[in-house]
Every structure is written in C-alpha cells, then in structure tokens.
Design a protein. Structure first.
Length: 94
C-alpha cells in the first residue's frame, strides 16, 4: 500500500504497512484514488489532465472534498474515453 500527502515526506511516511511514494507513484499505482483535503490555493486543481493521465486505466476517483480540487473538463474527458471507470464526487465544479 502507498500513500501521498501534501505535507508528507519520505522520512515522515511509512509505518503500519504503508510506504511513502511520490504523487506520480500513487496516481500510477492506485485503483481507487480518494481525495479528502480542504480547498486552498495549494489544492485547487490538484487533479487535472496530467494527473488523470497518470492514473491506471480503469481506476476510480472518489472525492469527498470541494469540486475545484478536480479539473471537471479533464475528468469528463477521462470518463468519456474510458481512462477512468468511474468517479464519485460529493461536490463538483460547474
């Protein structure tokens, strides 16, 4: 299992069976990506075209955060192309 966090470092990560990997490593390996972060200047648009392209084909995106965390147009394209199998959003950007 791996995890990535905005404030995580290799030194702080790990423990309890979790290994620290960089953002690209998480996106490229996960089958389900869960976003549970506050909206801020640092998290706005944190998942865009590049991030979605790094995700495994057929992965799922679950966001319990604000809609502006995810680039909506890029998400729609990823879903329509079949890149992502599905997405569950608590709130979405219009």
């Amino acid at each position: 299992m791996g995890r990535w966090g905005l404030r995580e470092t290799a030194e702080r990560g790990g423990g309890a069976g979790w290994g620290w990997v960089g953002r690209g490593g998480v996106l490229g390996k996960c089958e389900v990506l869960g976003l549970n972060v506050r909206l801020s200047d640092g998290t706005r648009g944190m998942i865009g075209r590049r991030g979605l392209a790094l995700m495994k084909e057929g992965a799922l995106l679950v966001s319990g955060g604000r809609g502006e965390l995810v680039d909506t147009a890029a998400l729609v394209d990823a879903l329509n192309s079949g890149r992502l199998a599905g997405a569950a959003l608590d709130v979405y950007d219009v």
